[in-house]
Design a protein around this ligand. Sequence first.
Ligand code: NAD
Length: 253
Amino acid sequence: MRTIVITGAASGIGLACVRVLAAQGHRVISVDLRKADVDGDLSVPEGRRAVLSRIEDVSGRRIDAVVACAGLSTGDPADIIAVNFFGATELISGLRPMLAQAKAPRALAISSEALILSGDADVVDACLAADEPSARAAAGRAAPGAVYPASKLALSRWVKREAVKSEWAGAGILLNAIAPGVVRTPMTASLLGSAEGLATLNETTPMRLGKPAEPEELALLVRFLAGPENSFILGQTIFCDGGAEATLRPEQV
Ligand code: NAD
């Protein structure tokens, strides 16, 4: 039995991960705004600190994996950056000392296929400089459609940059990301429910299999990447997107 921390665990992909991992007999420590083992707000530094401290208490300082799934795609642009980038990276980093004690530690961030769209460069740069106030300000100035892609591009670049360092790879912690395409969750419900929304989705995230993924389909990949079966994938963003990335940038490998 492994102990696995999952954020965004009250809904969508995170909830599917809880179900799939718990069904395998693992102990899940769920994190979300409410209705979780650890309730807390990952959009603010003090909320992240409180969540980390609660996870230490609840876990007895023993965890094997973390899956940072909490995310936002609409609302205040500054909050999108705060949750999607700083909420994920600070939580994963904050758990690193505990992960380093585990036998087969794994860390996973849920990024997005949207990272290949035109994300705002100032937002990406400020995120990667770990400058949250500047990133929040840049998000406020950016074109609305450029904020979510920027948060996910920065997240996947952070994963690649960090994963190979001695603190992660050198400590045997395999850090990766998953980039889902369209997944049927509360996040996409209104888009999937209207002809106009579907047209937008098919432009930014073409569904070559003619349908969105169910959250469980992502959870199975999470189970593999967060488990000891993944013993050599490191620093990667794995696209699980029904062909969207292959459609939009066929020449890039
Ligand atoms: P969802 O809206 O169903 O679930 C997101 C969860 O994150 C919610 O339970 C929410 O309460 C939690 N959350 C939001 N802000 C938070 C905060 N400040 N503190 C703590 N928790 C917070 O969405 P989903 O579709 O399951 O998305 C999960 C992840 O997958 C997100 O990171 C999203 O960007 C990513 N993603 C989703 C899709 C998709 O099509 N659904 C595609 C690509 C990537």
